[in-house]
Structures are given as C-alpha cells and as structure tokens.
Write a protein that binds this ligand. Structure first.
Ligand SMILES: [Fe+2]
Ligand SMILES: [Fe+2]
Length: 297
C-alpha cells in the first residue's frame, strides 16, 4: 500500500482579478499574494511536483488543503482542473484549508466544485460543510479519515475549528475502527495537537481533538498549514507536516509505504524535496527516509 502526502499548493493566480472590487479580508489577502505568495509559490514548481507525484503510482494521494489564495470562483475553477490532473477522485482524498474557506460563500462554492474529492463520492445531506465530516475511505485494513478544520476567520487570523458535531462523530468512528483492528490515518489541515503553532494559526478546539485522539490514536496523521517539513512522534503515532507543494524554496511530498505482515505494521516514509539538476531542471530527490514498525499486539 502506497500513500503520498502533499499540501498547501496555493496554486491559483490572482493576476487577472480586478482587485479594486475586493473588500475586507479578500483585499488584504490579495495584497499578501501580490507582495509575497506570488513570488514564493510558483505554478511551474507545482507542475513539476504534480508530474513527480503521479509517477509514484500511489494507491491514494492525500491532500490537506489550501489549494487557492482567497477563495474566488475563478481560483476554485483553476483548482478543479489541477485536481483532475493530479488523479481521479477515487485516488485523491482532499480536506479543505483555511484559504479554501476564505470568506462567506466559499464553503458552498468549494463543496460544489470539489465534491467528489472532498466527500469521496458518497452521498451527503444538506448539513453545513464541517458537519459532513469526518469522511472515511477504507482500503482493506487501512482507514483514511478526513477532518475539516477550515472556517471563515477575521482578517489576519488563520485559525481553524472542528466543532461539536465533528468531534463527536470522530470519537465514535475511531472507536469503531479500533474495534475492527483497522490502521487509521488521519488528515487535517491545521496542526492537530495543542502547542504546535502560534495561537493566530492554531486549531481553536485542539485540546478537545487531542483528548479524542488520545483514546484511540491514529498511527499516521498528516497536516498542512505550516508550510514546512516537520514531524512529531507522539506515542506510537507519527505526525507529519509537509512543505507547500508549489514553494520555490522547499516544495516537497512524502511517500509512505505500508506493509501488513500479520503481527505488525511496517512503515517506510520517504520525503522528497525540490532540487535543481545539472541542466537546471527541477526535480524531486529523497532527502529523508525512515523505517519503523508498530506491533498489533
Ligand atoms: Fe497554506
Ligand atoms: Fe492554511
């Protein structure tokens, strides 16, 4: 079983937008894109990363949000096209980031346009976006569980929130999967535990999520939002953040190979990061490799 994690492509361009028509938080977001993000996050880098990821032949590509900048309809359309180029919805599992749910109306637009990738093609009711989560995909003994921590926040804030309904459903789901002896892998945009980032960027209900995770800890957790390659060992769990997928400085993705030998889960994680080859071409080279085993007993 092979998984690939990538995150935070921030792929959309605002070059064609009439910025004078933007208001409030979108105005400040546009200025931030023009001043910083348009120079740090390059579509050409993401194109190379996309080709490299496709060549890994993963069973599932895990994508932890922030596909766009300020959630405008044209950006959401650009991201839809990129998603299709990455792989079919059955092979790509997406959870939203705070830049995807940037302002009023974003959740409805994103829900409609990226529905198959977000909700795994399962039928959904008319609940608000976050109440449709968690979503789960099962691949044999592996259960992939996706959370939505994205919500509209005031200007200069990048916090997230899961809410009561999602946390309660997650607790039930993790208990059920533990009883069935499933290997659980959790996807969330924001760092899942307390103290992993500054308050302006943190998950409002991280302490409550942590309490739920402590009862039945997933062995793998992937998140984004921090735009750096980071890892944390938490008991038997490995928590990975991967750098932004279009970053000219450190665009990266992780390949995780999982083998079930009956008594234990065997893992291999390879981190691949951007490098410039001898003929100035962009390539992705392995910069870290880890092996570990977790007994099922
Ligand atoms: Fe981001
Ligand atoms: Fe984010």
């Amino acid at each position: 079983m092979r998984l690939v994690h990538l995150t935070d492509p921030h792929l959309s361009s605002l070059a064609g937008e009439k910025f004078t028509a933007l208001r409030g938080k979108r105005w400040s977001g546009y200025l931030s894109w023009r001043k910083n993000r348009s120079k740090r996050f390059l579509p050409a880098v993401l194109d190379k990363l996309t080709a490299s990821v496709r060549a890994e032949n993963a069973d599932q590509i895990l994508l932890t949000g922030d596909l766009v900048q300020i959630g405008l309809p044209a950006e959401i359309q650009q991201a839809s096209e990129w998603l299709r180029s990455l792989g079919p919805a059955e092979q790509v599992m997406l959870v939203p980031g705070n830049h995807d749910i940037y302002a009023g109306g974003s959740a409805e637009s994103v829900s409609g346009a990226w529905s198959e990738y977000l909700y795994s093609g399962v039928s959904t009711d008319d609940a608000g976006m976050n109440d449709r989560f968690p979503v789960m995909r099962k691949l044999g003994r592996l259960s992939l569980v996706g959370l939505s921590s994205a919500c509209v926040t005031p200007v200069f804030m990048a916090t997230g929130k899961l809410g009561d309904v999602q946390l309660e459903k997650l607790a039930g789901l993790l208990e059920q999967e533990a009883e069935q002896g499933q290997l659980v892998c959790l996807l969330i945009h924001h760092p899942p535990l307390t103290g992993m980032t500054k308050w302006r960027k943190s998950l409002d209900d991280a302490a409550r999520l942590q309490a739920v995770l402590e009862r039945h800890p997933p062995l793998l957790l992937f998140h984004g939002h921090l735009h750096h390659n980071r890892e944390l060992q938490w008991g038997n769990s490995r928590i990975y953040c991967t750098a932004a997928g279009s970053s000219v400085a450190d665009a990266s993705y992780r390949v995780i190979d999982i083998d079930d030998d009956g008594d234990a889960w065997n893992f291999r994680m390879t981190l691949k990061s951007i490098a410039i080859g001898a003929r100035k071409e962009v390539e992705f080279l392995a910069v870290d490799e880890q092996y570990w085993q977790v007994s099922k007993a």
